[in-house]
Design a protein around this ligand. Structure first.
Ligand SMILES: [Zn+2]
Length: 392
């Protein structure tokens, strides 16, 4: 019971940030003296900090505020994308403390090379962490189909990875016995947006994100949709045109071949070396050449969005990553196309932009890494193995 109550209190402070003891009592249903004793234990363990009263509590007395020790208790969150590798220190409370990033291109996709580069990023990040700060977990987002229980990347078509035992390899590369949690990048982005971003407080949400590949995560009835094996939600591989472009998954005309950043460059016939942003700028400036191509991309984006509306009846569809920029460029066309959805779910959906920017996947990965601490705060701290350290 004590463990459960400690977990409830720490989770509330982690999600809400600074919260008064009287609000914690109201939210948990515990009495104030119990809350006081438990938050004192969490403070003693270095997980929260209690600060001088601000304002007045519900009983009219000033109430002490409890906030997470974000600077001192953190996780390492890694994001393995097609065009970037990112390592982020995320403090308790979901605070991004520090980040390092490398760009990626196909020459970097070799698994051993990826591990070396992740190790380099991690060492640089940890070398700058305060000496007293503790790393309590590692979470990793991967742009592929992930078996979370086995720590295995089953298939990452855009990296050409098949059945890579990433958890074991990373533990060796980072020289840590901390547990490493893996997740699909789209699922983690959805989780982060649902907990702390643009989808906070909503129950049914589809999150779409991508650069070269298009991934997604789906929240149904307040919970992440996993599918039987945890492989659900691969919306980038729903078929839009069976005669379309070849996809790295082996099929043709998958959504990601029609709406990702490569698709925009191809559809508009952009000159070699031109970036997505430059194409979108030219289109926004009213230049003629990208117009027909952008209309085709908008059509494909709309067809996929309408399918998602009809299947999942979401309250909100969020666009993140490069898809965010593409959506912004053709927003009126996609909004207009919502009329093609079945009228009942079509009337209920809103289209919007991811709120956490480039860090949504890392913030989602951090939530995976914090899960054990939040389930059993003092027990997990007591069992922490050799901490992750930068080499001397
Ligand atoms: Zn595909």
């Amino acid at each position: 019971m004590r463990r459960h109550n400690l977990a409830s209190l720490l989770r509330l402070v982690h999600v809400r940030g600074a919260t008064s003891r009287s609000d914690l009592a109201a939210l948990t249903g515990l009495n104030r003296s119990t809350v006081k004793a438990l938050t004192a234990d969490l403070a003693q363990a270095g997980l929260v900090r209690e600060s001088a009263p601000v304002g007045r509590g519900s009983a009219g007395r000033p109430s002490i505020t409890v906030e997470p020790e974000s600077e001192l208790v953190y996780v390492l969150a890694l994001d393995i994308g097609v065009e970037h590798l990112t390592a982020v220190r995320v403090g308790l409370g979901g605070v991004v403390l520090d980040r390092r990033e490398l760009t990626q291109s196909p020459k970097d996709y070799d698994v051993r090379r990826t591990l070396r580069r992740l190790n380099k990023l991690t060492c640089a990040l940890l070398a700058d962490a305060p000496p007293k700060a503790r790393c309590v977990g590692v979470g990793v987002g991967v742009c592929g189909v992930v078996s979370t229980d086995d720590g295995l990347v089953r298939f990452a078509p855009n990296l050409a990875w098949v059945d890579v035992p990433l958890r074991a390899l990373l533990a060796e590369a980072l020289r840590t016995s901390l547990r490493i949690e893996l997740g699909n990048d789209g699922d983690l982005g959805a989780r982060a947006e649902h907990l702390r971003g643009a989808a906070s407080g909503l129950s049914d949400v589809v999150y779409i994100s991508g650069e070269v590949g298009v991934g997604g995560g789906i929240i149904l009835d307040g919970r992440p949709m996993r599918g039987y094996g945890g492989y659900g939600g691969e919306i980038g591989h729903m078929s839009i045109d069976p005669k379309g472009q070849g996809c790295r998954c082996g099929r043709r005309g998958c959504w990601e071949t029609e709406v990702g950043d490569e698709a925009v460059l191809l559809a508009t016939g952009a000159p070699t070396g031109m970036s997505l942003a430059q194409v979108l700028d030219a289109y926004a400036a009213g230049e003629r050449w990208p117009r027909a191509g952008m209309r085709r991309v908008a059509r494909s984006l709309s067809v996929g969005v309408v399918n998602l509306v009809n299947i999942f009846n979401p309250q909100l569809i969020l666009f993140g990553g490069a898809v965010r920029l593409i959506y912004l460029a053709v927003e009126p066309l996609v909004q207009q196309a919502l009329k093609e959805a079945l009228s009942a779910p079509g009337e209920q959906v809103r289209l919007g932009l991811a709120g956490l920017g480039d860090d949504s996947i890392a913030i989602g990965a951090a939530e995976l890494a914090f899960a054990r601490l939040l389930d059993d705060p003092l027990g997990t701290l007591g069992r922490l193995p050799e901490l992750l350290r930068a080499p001397a």
